[in-house]
Design a protein. Structure first.
Length: 100
């Protein structure tokens, strides 16, 4: 019974682990940009759409570098919760999960 009441403790992430996570996040962003380039090469999206998507990836990576270590992996970005915007899709007030 006490095990259910006990407050969980979390180990602090080491500098080496932070560096490894940062390197993996950068690798993931580069891979995402390569995938976008392949879609543009195949004609699935326009060059302008590809550039906009890659700019969004760059902005997200910059945000993650600036604020990501303060929030931890499970913390959402501020201002973007379920049902973001009108008819957002899978979250809150969207067609698939809300009152519509």
């Amino acid at each position: 019974m006490l095990a259910l009441i006990a407050v969980p403790t979390y180990a602090a992430i080491t500098d080496q682990q932070k560096a490894e996570i940062d390197a993996l996040n950068k690798q993931m962003a580069e891979t995402q940009k390569q995938i976008i380039d392949k879609y543009a090469e195949a004609g699935e999206i326009s060059k302008a759409q590809a550039e906009a998507a890659k700019a969004n990836i760059n902005a997200a990576e910059q945000y993650r570098q600036q604020y990501g270590q303060q929030q931890g992996p499970a913390a959402p970005a501020p201002g973007y919760g379920y049902g973001y915007g009108c008819c957002a899709g899978w979250g809150g007030a969207g067609y698939y999960g809300g009152m519509w």
